[in-house]
Write a protein that binds this ligand. Structure first.
Ligand SMILES: Nc1nc2c(c(=O)[nH]1)N[C@H]1C(S)=C(S)[C@@H](COP(=O)(O)O)O[C@H]1N2
Ligand SMILES: [Mo]
Length: 255
């Protein structure tokens, strides 16, 4: 994995000040805060249509369900056990030394342990996951709103997409995904560490996976090791913005 050395070198970049700022910021406040509005109103930076910008501002929520709706068997799909050395090592110590890197076009790169992520403001949501293969399942997810982390990392004006670098290879290629900043700041976009009230299992993406509730299953990156802000994803993989996109699927996989 090319990325990991880079992340490691940027360790411990979240100072106590940064964390305090994060901890004080409630999710609701973040969703409507000035800096988020500033991000969303950086109009020229976006290639989405104006309709998409309007939708982004109003942030329609994906439907949320009751605990009693949770599927007893939520299928695990795609990779269910990453075989890379870096993942095996992290799994070996139950993710105690694992860290999430937030880097790229940010002003203050972050490096956060699982315990640190778990101390940040969290959101829980029960939603339906729709896989392009034709199955769906309802699950409960708990995690940190991605927008909170991006706000703390400070976005450079040229940032347009958040890229999720995963620890697994699929058919020999690194799994990765990307979303625009409207989706990145959507209140239901989480980096989730728990599913149905328990720590995320390895099959479902431990220790951290993306939940992005208005798009299809393949966008829900599991085994997230790093979030990189970029101005273009042309230089990643085959240039289409994600593993499945590189293999012919849509980049915007709206449900
Ligand atoms: N890193 C990684 N993320 C991934 C995949 C994968 O193979 N590797 N598969 C995707 C697909 S196609 C689906 S449907 C969901 C499955 O998530 P689940 O295993 O929790 O059901 O994860 C998505 N995210
Ligand atoms: Mo899927």
């Amino acid at each position: 994995m090319i990325l990991l050395p880079k992340i490691t070198r940027r360790r411990a970049l979240i100072g106590s000040l940064g964390l305090t700022g994060l901890a004080l910021a409630g999710c609701d406040k973040i969703a409507g805060s000035d800096s988020v509005s500033r991000v969303l109103s950086a109009g020229e930076a976006f290639t989405r249509t104006s309709q998409r910008l309007v939708l982004g501002k109003n942030a329609p929520l994906a439907r949320e369900y009751k605990a009693s709706d949770i599927s007893p068997n939520f299928k695990a799909n795609g990779t269910v056990q990453p075989e890379t050395d870096v993942y095996k090592q992290a799994q070996g110590d139950n993710f105690a030394t694992w860290r999430l890197g937030v880097f790229g076009l940010v002003t203050k790169p972050l490096s956060l342990s699982l315990a640190e992520l778990q101390r940040l403001p969290a959101r829980t949501q029960i939603t339906r996951h729709d896989c392009v293969e034709g199955w769906s399942a309802i699950g409960g997810w708990t995690g940190v709103p991605l927008g909170l982390l991006l706000q703390a990392a400070g976005m450079q004006p040229s940032a347009r997409y958040a890229v999720f670098h995963c620890a697994d290879l699929y058919d020999g290629d690194p799994y990765y995904e990307s979303i625009d900043l409207i989706d990145a700041f959507h209140p239901q976009t989480l980096l989730a560490y728990a599913m149905n009230g328990s720590p995320l299992s390895v099959a479902h993406g431990a220790p951290l996976r993306l939940r992005l509730e208005r798009q299809l299953g393949y966008k829900q990156a599991k085994y997230v090791m790093g979030v990189e802000l970029v101005d273009s994803f042309a230089r990643l993989g085959k240039g289409k913005g994600g593993y499945w996109e590189d293999n012919g699927y849509e980049w915007y996989a709206g449900i």
